[in-house]
Design a protein around this ligand. Structure first.
Ligand code: MF3
Ligand code: CO
Length: 248
């Protein structure tokens, strides 16, 4: 069931969205070579708690941390660890969810640390662009399939591939609501999005094959060919004439 939010409910999601964005901005300022992904997790946890909010990933289906930290060939859901040290030239995708006054925000950025290769730079840039291509023509009445079509067209035009095994999602009082929001698809297909629907659009784009592999820890997802992957996500609200990006 897809829930439509009132103006008042979207105002509350604007607040949780703002905190979500602030966590990512903070991590963007702090991240550097030599830190562990656990250090970043602690920064996120402390900040979220200091705002009177809660990190929605923590405890979700048993997930043990406040952020996902996914380096290079890890696509998503990398578990922060004291043993994972950030090194020069890596791309680090940070995904975070915040619940505040009962409403969820969910967003991700891929940070480039130090001297990053040309290929990885392009991958990060194109992944961000994929998100903006998806929202460009999005408004009340747009078929859901247009999102995936726009993401996939832009990724593939740049020689990259779109992860199929994981998708974006509706979001509201729960982190994961209907509908599923794939990053691939056909124009003009699927349900029509309506004003007041709120969704997390999250392109996961691979440099090589679209195929992924689920690791034995039950969370970490890597590219099958171990080439790099990038992730970019925002929570958005559909409006009459476009979208409002709640986590930017
Ligand atoms: N942003 C991700 C998602 O939309 C992260 C969920 S990680 C989990 O699915 F640990 F919370 F499951
Ligand atoms: Co999400």
């Amino acid at each position: 069931m897809i829930t439509v939010k009132s103006e008042a409910e979207i105002a509350l999601m604007r607040e949780s969205g703002k905190l979500t964005k602030e966590v990512l901005d903070l991590i963007g300022r702090e991240i550097r070579v030599g830190m562990t992904t656990k250090d970043l997790d602690k920064i996120a946890y402390d900040f979220i708690k200091s705002c009177g909010a809660y990190p929605s990933f923590l405890g979700y289906s048993g997930y043990p941390a406040s952020i996902c930290a996914s380096i290079d060939d890890t696509v998503v859901h990398g578990i922060p660890s004291d043993d994972i040290v950030i090194r020069d030239g890596q791309i680090v995708s940070i995904d975070v969810g915040v619940v505040y006054n009962g409403w969820q925000g969910d967003a991700a950025r891929t940070f480039m640390v130090g001297n990053v290769s040309e290929e990885k730079r392009k991958l990060v840039k194109v992944t961000e662009e994929c998100f903006f291509k998806a929202v460009e023509s999005l408004r009340d009445g747009t078929p859901l399939g247009n999102i995936g079509y726009n993401v996939q067209s832009h990724a593939e035009a740049n020689g990259f591939s779109v992860v199929r095994a994981l998708v974006g999602h509706g979001i509201g009082k729960n982190m994961h609501e209907d509908p599923s929001v794939p990053n691939y698809g056909k124009k003009g297909t699927g349900i029509r999005l309506k004003k007041g629907m709120t969704i997390a659009i999250e392109p996961m784009i691979n440099a090589g094959t679209y195929q992924v592999e689920f690791m034995p820890d039950g969370w970490t997802v890597k590219t099958k060919d171990r080439k790099p992957s990038a992730h970019y996500e925002n929570t958005v609200a559909i409006t009459e004439n476009g979208v409002e990006i709640l986590t930017l």
